[in-house]
Ligand binder design. Structure first.
Ligand SMILES: Nc1ncnc2c1ncn2[C@@H]1O[C@H](COP(=O)(O)OP(=O)(O)OP(=O)(O)O)[C@@H](O)[C@H]1O
Ligand SMILES: [Mg+2]
Length: 222
């Protein structure tokens, strides 16, 4: 169980671990299901309907991510007892033994104690590890920015890269470092800053061209 505040890299870490092991991650976001659909999704409905058991059978990777586990109502917790114990998930239609797998749940719980209170002893005690995630420090946010800018730069064409200065972009993003809550927006803001700088450089080029033309017209007029 990964737990901690929003936007500090819990889901990202699950993706990272899965990338080390390979295969497409099986990710189920429990906040997305409304309770009625969710019941048949978990406990099994008609054969034509999607279900957690079938998704488990169809999965490619040994990592199973149950994202935002805290958003599932308490009535659904019992569905996970056997699954977390021995890796067996059973619904009305299927019985799945997931074998050697890593099941990662994420949540926004604030402490060990809160998890125990919210999930109850039976479920709480079935987690092999409860891993707290802390808010990112300013330096850590800076590291994220540096990686992000370098990655985006590599994706650009050579002529686009030539007009940009990575350090300049990183400096423009510096105000975001002060508030770790901004981490989630970093990707978007980085793209915006890069686009803006590319447009600025294009406009500057055009202005130079125009000036050049005016000059030559004047010259021609003489
Ligand atoms: N430690 C980190 N390293 C790199 N990127 C990070 C890190 N933490 C957060 N990010 C960036 O912030 C975004 C949000 O992180 P993530 O989705 O992992 O948050 P979360 O902890 O799962 O939040 P929530 O509880 O709201 O689901 C990521 O897409 C990533 O771009
Ligand atoms: Mg998340």
């Amino acid at each position: 169980m990964f737990y901690g505040p929003s936007g500090v890299g819990k889901t990202e870490t699950a993706h990272f671990i899965n990338d080390l092991l390979g295969g497409e991650l099986m990710r189920k976001q429990f906040s997305m299901f409304h309770s009625e659909n969710f019941a048949s999704y978990l406990f099994g409905g008609r054969h034509s309907e999607s279900s957690f058991a079938r998704d488990l059978l169809d999965r490619e990777s040994g990592v199973i991510l149950i994202d935002e586990f805290d958003k599932a109502a308490a009535v659904f917790h019992s569905a996970f007892y056997q699954f977390f114990d021995g890796g067996v998930f059973e619904d009305k239609n299927y019985r799945v033994d997931v074998g050697r797998s890593l099941i990662i749940c994420t949540s926004n719980y604030g402490s060990d104690r809160e998890i125990r209170d919210a999930l109850g002893d039976a479920l709480y005690s079935r987690f092999d590890a409860l891993i707290p995630f802390q808010p990112l420090s300013a330096d850590e946010v800076r590291t994220v920015i540096n990686q992000l800018v370098d990655r985006r730069m590599r994706e650009l064409d050579d002529d686009e890269q030539a007009v940009l200065d990575a350090l300049d972009i990183k400096e423009r993003l510096e105000p975001l470092v002060q508030n770790a809550a901004n981490v989630r927006r970093l990707g978007k803001v980085t793209s915006e800053v890069i686009s803006m700088m590319l447009v600025e450089s294009l406009l500057a080029d055009n202005a130079t061209d125009l000036n050049g033309k005016e000059m030559s017209t004047e010259e021609g007029g003489e």
